[in-house]
Design a protein around this ligand. Structure first.
Ligand code: BG6
Length: 469
């Protein structure tokens, strides 16, 4: 199995899940700093010591050693986010924070030292807390202006160092996790559908504006949207299940359609009409959306789900967007169902729909690992289960490429262990590199290569040739 030449192999993280140093060098507080127990629990008033993200894996101070390890695996690309509150501590400040800007300058230089291309998420679940508290995050139109100032600042500063940009992480998740995804303090139960879709509209406009500015300021830049991809299968051939699946797909595809086609689709207009939703917009905004569509579509893929029209069927655990468990699939200890063929399905589906290059920017197995002696005086993790998961997904990516789908690259999620987003814990590990840090905050923060480290190095060196179909 051979992947295209110049295929971008690599790994992905987000600032808030790995950097730590939550209040160093002028960084402001962001919403993750007040979410010590993850997405499903209420925020605290201020950062509390039980919040693992305050230190995370201390990537802020250890990035040079970590990037060296990524280079050792042969990474061609490294996806990370810029923490908005390092650049504008409150989000609405008049001037950017030079120390924050300098950190990412150094980080990107370090990547280039090894020929690793940075892939940057502009906003990955880390809205400055002040924007959440004062403006109610993306529920407020003013956020577009603050985001514009932020992107102009980072494009001016890193335009020569960063070619690939993603505007919002998993933009469709705002409907399900408005605080984490959109910095919206009002609890989900108190938000109307109009509030939520208005917030989406603000993000669409900001995303189109960022794409426009990127193309003006950095002619070689490629800008992508980023979608939480969950392929939905009808739980049964009952036409009611099939139609419900189509409608669930629409609710997600809407986000890609807005970025690729640049206009509100007919099915959404109908949904808005039937639910009394009216989006506040202007002809200028609609023109901006139409004229500034993305260069590529990126997505995260962990699992698929089923859809049933029968309300008695309960939703299972999973990555933010709910669905019914599939009786044919096994699940991780966190209940995320494992479906390698789903990635081939979603790649084909997205390409059929959007005819844009696709980039898999998150995929991986979050699970428990045990650090053991490696028999050579060192320590390792024998994570054959992770190797199997990644191998099987990559084989299906290869199948999609053989189907004719243009895939730009693949970055595994949490290429180094980090704090999980949904439950804010360390023991849900994704990495090729084990980090000695535990759920109770103990640990030396030392790094150890897992068995999968050597496996991935081989996959990259052979450009997929070592994968086992
Ligand atoms: C995605 C997010 O939803 O899934 C990441 O973009 C997140 O930030 C990843 O870490 C895995 O989820 P979790 O909850 O296992 O960390």
């Amino acid at each position: 199995m051979k992947f295209p030449e110049n295929f971008l192999w690599g790994g992905a993280v987000a600032a808030n899940q790995c950097e730590g140093a939550y209040n160093e060098d002028g960084k402001g507080i962001d919403i993750q700093d007040i979410l010590p127990h993850g997405m499903k629990t209420p925020p605290t008033e201020e950062p509390t010591p039980d919040n693992l993200k305050l230190t995370a894996i201390d990537f802020y101070h250890r990035y040079k050693d970590d990037i060296k390890l990524f280079a050792e695996m042969g990474f061609k690309v490294f996806r990370t986010s810029i923490a908005w509150s390092r650049i504008f501590p409150n989000g609405d400040d008049a001037e950017p924070n030079e120390q924050g800007l300098k950190f990412y300058d150094d980080l990107f230089d370090e990547c280039h030292k090894y020929g690793i291309e940075p892939l940057v998420t502009i906003s990955h679940y880390e809205t400055p807390l002040h924007l959440a508290k004062k403006y109610n995050g993306w529920a407020n139109h003013d956020l577009i202006g603050f985001y514009e100032k932020y992107v102009r600042t980072i494009f001016a500063r890193y335009g020569k160092k960063v070619k690939y940009w993603l505007t919002f992480n998993e933009i469709n998740s705002v409907l399900h996790q408005p605080l984490v995804s959109g910095g919206i303090m009002t609890p989900l139960s108190e938000l109307s559908k109009s509030d939520l879709y208005q917030a989406c509209h603000h993000e669409f406009v900001a995303s189109a504006l960022a794409t426009k500015i990127a193309h003006e300021m950095m002619p070689d830049a490629k800008v992508g949207c980023m979608i939480l991809a969950i392929p939905f299968y009808p739980l049964s051939p009952n036409p009611d299940d099939v139609i419900q699946t189509m409608e669930t797909d629409h609710a997600n595809d809407f986000f890609g359609d807005m970025h690729v086609r640049g206009e509100y689709p007919g099915y959404m207009k109908r949904y808005f009409r039937e639910h009394g939703i009216e989006i506040q917009t202007t002809p200028e905004e609609l023109k901006l959306l139409k004229e500034n569509t993305v260069d590529f579509v990126s997505f995260s893929y962990y699992m698929s789900s089923c859809i049933s029209a029968d309300p008695s069927k309960q939703a299972g655990e999973g990555n933010i967007v709910p669905g019914v468990p599939n009786p044919y699939l096994k699940a991780s200890p966190w209940g995320w169902q494992i479906d390698p063929k789903g990635i081939r399905f979603v790649l084909n589906r997205y390409y059929d729909r959007w005819q844009k290059p696709l980039f898999i920017v998150e995929n991986g197995l979050g699970t428990n690992d045990e650090l053991v002696d490696d028999g050579k005086g060192g320590r390792t993790v024998n994570d054959d289960y992770r190797i199997e998961y990644l191998n099987d997904h990559l084989v299906q990516v290869g199948e999609a490429i053989a189907d004719g789908v243009p895939v730009m690259g693949y970055t595994t999620w949490g290429c180094i262990d980090l704090v999980s987003a949904s439950t804010a814990e360390m023991k849900k590990r994704y990495g090729f590199i084990y980090v000695d840090r535990n759920n109770d905050g103990t640990g030396t923060l030392a790094r150890y290569r897992k068995k999968s480290f050597w496996w991935y190095k081989d996959v990259i060196a052979t450009n997929g040739g070592s994968l086992k179909a």
